[in-house]
Design a protein around this ligand. Sequence first.
Ligand SMILES: *Cc1c(COP(=O)(O)O)cnc(C)c1O
Length: 393
Amino acid sequence: MTEKIPILDLKEQTRKIEAEVIEAFRRVMAEAAFIRGPEVKAFENEFAQYEGCPHAVGVGNGTDALVLALRALEVGPGCEVITTTFSFIASAECISLVGATPVFVDIDPVTLTIDPGQIEEKITPQTKAVIAVHLYGQPADLAVLRRIADKHKIALIEDCAQATGATYGGKKVGSFGDFGCFSFFPSKNLGAFGDGGMVTTQHAEMAEKIRWIADHGSRVRYHHDMLGTNSRLDSLQAAVLRVKMKYLEAWNERRRQIAERYRRNLASSGIVVPQDAPYGPSHHVYHQFTVRIPQHRDAICEHLNANGVTAVIYYPVSLHLQPVYAPLGNGPRSFPQAEKAQGEVLSLPIYPELTDSDVDGISTKLCQKYQELAPGAGKKSTSGRQEPVRAAG
Ligand SMILES: *Cc1c(COP(=O)(O)O)cnc(C)c1O
């Protein structure tokens, strides 16, 4: 057997851009403006243009992007913010970090993004915002979310950490919300050589406010109007990101091709595959290719990992079941769709440099094991459009 296929391999991609990055680093060293220098300004402008959003502010990381958006809205103790229970912890952590209370909502069983139909019942006079997560690169239903936010006069924040380049109705995600919050953690679709993040916004005054909060609450140096912090994108990361930006569309397109190949290979296997959501129309960028395996998921995950394929469960525990959120009092069966998903999801390797033959090999191993453990399962529909199950209780 050849080497184990990792869930993500950045080595080849990094080799391909090495010469361009070194040239960019030389430029940064010549400028010697390492924080908020011209590279950062140029990257902010290029990113804003790419996003179709008037303002973009570089920040320290994706979690800070979310925290800074909430702080710009003056969300704090006594406030509530609605978010999905099925995401990476940062989608709720940011709310707790500003002293507000996360209010969880269940997911749509097909797209695994926040179910807009369950948001309005959670809105109270304390609700200040909704955070929608474009999970695995799949846009949440932004038109419906925007209508709900406008109707109740609350803010819409998009957690775009996994979805740089994804579109909804032909427009980039991050341009629908009051804020779009991006992460450039190395594993994301657009990743730096370290931590980095960006906030996009339609509102000029909000962009300014985020700049001061992220720079110790000062507009004029050593004059502090409000309590701030230190969260800035540095010039070396901006230089790397400017190089990578040029390839992002092609890389995302290759991710979509890989997804299509997996879908063809897994058709009629009984394994549920992701695809573009019916709304929008949406354009998924497959940060992850996450299938749902209705039975024996854990055994299949172990089998793949023991046989040359890294497969990972994103995420094994919904946020409402995390010990850190036990004080909120949401127990098991509070969010049935998320709890069902956490028992069935499995993410397979996907990155632009993955070869077609790797995809075929992974698919074969997966199908064979599933057939063996769940004979006959392949007769069911595999369209990814499961019957929506009514959330009970
Ligand atoms: C990665 C991620 C974040 C946080 O980004 P960092 O840059 O690692 O702080 C936030 N939300 C989601 C959904 C993520 O996947």
